[in-house]
Design a protein around this ligand. Structure first.
Ligand code: SF4
Length: 378
């Protein structure tokens, strides 16, 4: 039996709403996986403005989601590991910004280990009358529509759709879809053209949000070297903060191009779209590949359950080593990262298999599922 407070709120008139706030202050991949929920909301509330409350990393991804009308970028205190990292004044300022938005409803999306209650309470203080969220624990008036959690192992996309379905928003579909702006395609082509790869290439993304999710740089370098001998050109990309990592992985291997800090998220999406195969950690790159239909090899550390983050609707190979300590939810591995003890040769074999001919050779021909590119002209 469900908790007596579960779904105690009245039916929500989604069609009549003028402004809806979706709360997802997380990383790139989390925002991409919110796409199907946003699509469902767009259909349920066709005339509403849909804004996303996002962290800096996720706000960049929102530019790829056609359903998002605007973004409130912020750091939220309830997501920080250090209690003093977001001052109280920032919370108060966020209340003002949400109040100023005049939202008729807020939908708080969370993973199984996050709580929607602080966000719900903040929206209550900001005067948002309808507040929807899902969790195991009950938290009183922070949410007007509290949905008890489904099983922990549910995929992140399905988890968000489950929440909406319980409050009268039917799903449209569970596919990730992104729209890559034409200027991003042009920027990616310019970059790749200048640096060498003008034909088919494999894209290596060695970064991840925390060390416990990163396949060792030395092994990534070995993957790059071996892949370079397979006939594919190699692009190694990362953020400006990952410059040293990108340089270490790229090394001075002929045929390997290093791009650190040169791609914003839309341009990264264009480079992912053009790749024959992506090799990456459990990170935003894997979800970009899934959204763009690009084959992807994911080196999946045991920090999370595979089923929650599995790339779907794109050819994917998820490699991990089962360990007794997984899922550990650690930022830094207290052991020796045994869950990513994967031989580079095995990684390369999967990448070569997924990159095999038979798929479209024109990366921008729009034939892959999930793809949306504004313009194909270079
Ligand atoms: S080896 Fe265990 S503790 Fe370390 S990251 Fe992997 S699953 Fe977590």
């Amino acid at each position: 039996m469900e908790h007596p407070a579960a779904l105690a709120g009245p039916p929500i008139g989604w069609r009549d709403l003028e402004r809806v706030l979706v709360v997802r202050p997380d990383n790139l991949g989390d925002v991409l996986m919110a796409g199907p929920a946003l699509r469902a909301l767009r259909r349920a509330a066709p005339d509403a403005r849909l804004d996303l409350l996002a962290a800096l990393a996720g706000a960049a991804a929102a530019r790829l989601l056609p359903e998002v009308d605007g973004v409130l970028t912020c750091s939220v205190s309830w997501q920080e590991a250090g209690p003093g990292e977001v001052p109280v004044a920032a919370d108060l300022d966020l209340i003002d910004r949400v109040r100023h938005g005049g939202y008729g409803a807020a939908v708080v999306l969370t993973s199984f280990s996050q709580t929607p209650w602080p966000a719900g309470y903040l929206c209550r203080l900001a005067g948002v009358p309808v507040r929807v969220g899902m969790s195991k624990e009950f938290g009183g008036a922070g949410l007007t529509h509290w949905v008890p959690s489904p099983p922990d192992g549910l995929h992140q996309v399905d988890r968000a759709l489950h929440l909406l379905e319980r409050v009268g928003v039917p799903p449209v579909d569970g596919r990730l879809r992104v729209r890559v702006p034409a200027e991003a395609v042009g920027a990616a082509r310019d970059l790749l053209g200048d640096r060498g790869p003008t034909g088919s290439y494999a894209l290596i993304l060695p970064g991840a949000s925390c060390p416990a999710r990163r396949y060792p740089a030395g092994r990534f370098a070995r993957v790059a070297g071996l892949l370079a001998t397979s006939g594919l050109r190699i692009v190694v990309a990362g953020t400006a903060k990952e410059a040293a990592l990108v340089a270490e992985v790229a090394g001075d291997t002929p045929g390997v191009t290093a791009l650190a800090g040169e791609l914003d998220v839309p341009a990264l999406a264009a480079v992912v779209a053009g790749a024959r195969v992506v090799v990456c950690n459990n990170s935003g790159g894997a979800h970009l590949a899934a959204a763009l239909g690009t084959p992807v090899v994911v080196l999946f550390s045991g920090t999370e359950q595979v089923g929650q983050y599995l790339p779907r609707f794109a050819p994917a190979s998820v490699l991990t080593v089962p360990t007794g300590c997984a899922p550990c939810r650690q930022f830094r591995c207290p052991y020796a990262l045994e869950c990513l003890d994967l031989p580079p040769e095995r990684v390369v074999a999967e990448a070569v298999r997924l990159a095999a001919p038979g798929r479209s050779q024109d990366p921008y021909d729009g034939s892959r599922e999930g793809r949306g590119i504004d313009s194909l002209s270079g």
